[in-house]
Ligand binder design. Structure first.
Ligand SMILES: *Cc1c(COP(=O)(O)O)cnc(C)c1O
Length: 375
């Protein structure tokens, strides 16, 4: 079964095999494994180990995002969030639950965030200290531009927290060129093609140091994670880490390098997305976004407007054909969602298009056009 979802993704056999061992995470033998992972992640983020801290968290991407909000925005501080979709909404909820103040900035569901709108919102409210941006908005498939938006944030002398969960490893990110980005957050199990259970915040060390006592949570306190590493040496965690997931992640990072790193991974995912986009159109289905704004990570396709259409039945029919897609959608109009990331290649998408065609026929879906196009 291929997982065509935007995480956790299909992994290579070597990654799965790396987990098949018992590991004592406090043993000296384990430390070099984690130390190597930390170094590689720091390189991938723009060779920033001199200026930034690579801070791991046991848990999924939301944990890393919450930890960054708690540790880098002072209690009661204000965060501007371009409302790009459901992951922006999640960031807003995480921030509000920690007592930070969220200022929502309206954004189009079918086009990238306008940097000018960010500049205007920052100019209008000098008490906003940070901008929270979702790099690749997994609900829409749109990729937003941290370089252009970062320029607006930098010009306004504010800071940015970047949700790079469905971007890091495939979309370009060089933190050494982003003085305004206090932190980027991501997980092991999306574009880096590792297993779920491990997330990272790569944060400017000075920003983490400034946030002593802000987190209001021991588990999610980046200052405490940083100081544990500085005191006891990198390679050990404060609390039990998902050791097998780390072992798998080391292998996943080696495979990422062997493939050619971020540019090669982006090229493969872009080819995947093109095969999917063209294939969907060839069988009469309508992708949600225009091709020029469709990102390479995840794609929504309009649901056929036909009485025989049923997303749960469609998902089951695809599973019977060897492909697993999301069993929900977050778009305004009914759609289905397909991930283009993971250890999959354009050929897999060519086969997937055939499976979709066959599943629709088996379901008796005749009309494949949508009721109406996305606004
Ligand atoms: C997957 C994802 C997350 C985090 O999801 P978890 O289930 O907590 O790992 C956050 N932001 C974006 C954009 C994502 O795609």
């Amino acid at each position: 079964m291929l997982l065509l979802i935007p995480g956790p993704v299909t992994t290579r056999p070597e990654v799965k095999a790396a987990m098949a061992q018992d590991i004592a995470p406090w043993d000296a033998g384990f430390r070099p494994l984690y130390a190597a992972v930390r170094e590689r992640v720091g390189q991938l983020a723009g060779d920033v180990l001199d200026t930034h801290a690579v801070l791991p968290l046991q848990g999924c991407g939301h944990f890393a995002i919450e930890a960054a909000i708690r540790s880098l925005i002072p209690p009661g501080g204000k965060l501007l969030i371009p409302m790009t979709g459901s992951y922006a909404e999640r960031m807003a909820r995480l921030a509000r639950e920690t007592g930070r103040i969220v200022v929502e900035l309206a954004a189009s569901p079918v086009g990238p965030v306008d940097p000018e709108s960010v500049a205007r919102a920052l100019a209008a409210d000098p008490s906003i200290g940070h901008v929270g941006l979702v790099y690749s908005e997994t609900s829409s498939g749109l990729v937003h531009d941290p370089v252009a938006i970062g320029r607006a944030v930098h010009a306004a002398e504010r800071k940015m927290l970047l949700d790079a969960v469905s971007a890091f490893g495939a979309l370009a990110l060089d933190l050494s060129r982003h003085p305004e980005i206090d932190a980027a957050m991501f997980t092991a199990n999306k574009c880096l093609e590792g297993m779920p259970g491990l997330s990272f915040v790569v944060a400017r060390t000075a920003a983490v140091q400034a946030g002593r006592g802000w987190a209001g949570s021991w588990s999610l306190d980046l200052w405490d994670i940083l100081h544990h590493g500085l005191r006891d040496g990198w390679g050990c965690f404060r609390f039990t880490p998902p050791a097998q997931v780390l072992a798998a992640f080391r292998t996943a990072l080696e495979l990422h390098s062997a493939e050619g790193g971020q540019p090669a991974r982006l090229a493969r995912y872009t080819a995947n997305a093109r095969a999917l986009y063209d294939g969907m159109r060839a069988i009469g289905l309508t992708p949600y976004l225009r091709q020029d704004v469709q990102g390479p990570i995840v794609m929504n396709i309009h649901a056929p407007h036909d009485p025989a259409w049923s997303l749960p039945k469609f998902v089951d029919a695809l599973k019977a054909r060897g492909f697993l897609i999301s069993n929900f959608y977050n778009t305004d109009q009914p759609s289905f969602r397909v991930g283009c990331i993971g250890a999959v290649a354009p050929d897999d998408f060519v086969r997937f298009v055939g499976a979709v065609d066959s599943a629709l026929r088996a379901m008796g879906v005749v009309r494949r056009a949508p009721l109406r196009l996305a606004a």
